[in-house]
Design a protein around this ligand. Sequence first.
Ligand SMILES: Cc1ncc(COP(=O)(O)O)c(C=O)c1O
Length: 390
Amino acid sequence: MKKPTKIVRAGVDKKRNAGVVNTPVVRASTIVFDSVAAMHDSYAHTKKRDKVLSYGRRGTATHWTLQEALTDLAGGADTVLTPSGLSACTLAILGCVKAGDHILVSDSAYEPTRTFCEGFLKDMGVDTSYFDPLIGGGIADLLRDNTTLVFCESPGSHTFEVQDIPAIAAAARARGAKVAVDNTWASPLFCRPLALGAHLSVEAATKYIVGHSDVMLGAVTGTDEAIADVYKAASALGFATSPDDVYLATRGLRTLGVRLKQHQENAWTVAKWLQEQPQVKRVLYPPLPSDPGHALWKRDFTGGSGLMGVVFHQASAKAMAALIDGMKLFALGFSWGGYESLIAPSTPLRSARPWTEPMPGVRLHVGLEDTDDLIADLADGLVRFKAALD
Ligand SMILES: Cc1ncc(COP(=O)(O)O)c(C=O)c1O
């Protein structure tokens, strides 16, 4: 089946749902059993990740529907749901390490992922080093005997470098290390990291999968060899997700195809317009042919989402604030991936490959509004930006 069909149909089990189109919200903590043998049997099944009822924390039919749909879309063996996108990143890492190990993290990674590595993970006895997101197969030189994971984010959600996942995965696999990719920008609709050689594909489902800015959720989909340890870590840590949230995420997923198509179209129009504005030095958006990551994007992705960066010729905190503070449609907020347009300051944090563009820039999430209105909002903002620079 093609992806748009999977988005609509995957995970639907007519028998399980008794004909109801959307798997209902099945709320549970306690599940009661007819016998001790049945209780033991259900627990043994959940240990093997079988989708059977045993205890609310281990999921109900509401969870299985989303897990199965995401697994199918990403082309994996199974999916573990987590309470947020960040916890999906940290769980994927925790599923691949033990004290004394070393991991490599892309310099373009989401800042809280870095914070986790530098604090919690370090205290656990796991070392992190950062690598140039453009390193490709050169990652081979950075792999140590105790490197167990290469964590990528492609494109990076502030700097938008596209990583050569097949080259990184080939080098990592040759040394027995796993590869995890934060795939939130593309969603499983536009990129399938597992098909590119990664072991784990991480989604902040909070963004495009939920799509309506009203739920926090994460998902880790993996190959058979990798997902078992992620599931073990989730079980040990007691991760659980609310069936109400999961229901909303599944409902969001069903329209991911049409939403992303429109995000892509709108983002393209806005990016092309921004490129022509005299204040703008670069628009960081891999679908643009002028973007340095365009060739890799074209090879590995089937579309572009609504998130992009804008770098100005001359940066100033005052001018950036003047631009953002007067916006009428682009709201100022941390997240992205909902139906609405958002804007936020962007000052990438780097350590392996310095970010040499003028800072601060801004990050735009282009929503589903009419692009004439969005461009008019940005045009007014650039007038304020220029006035604040002079
Ligand atoms: C690329 C990326 N990964 C992970 C996350 C974390 O997701 P959440 O906010 O659901 O914890 C974010 C959030 O902005 C993100 O941009």
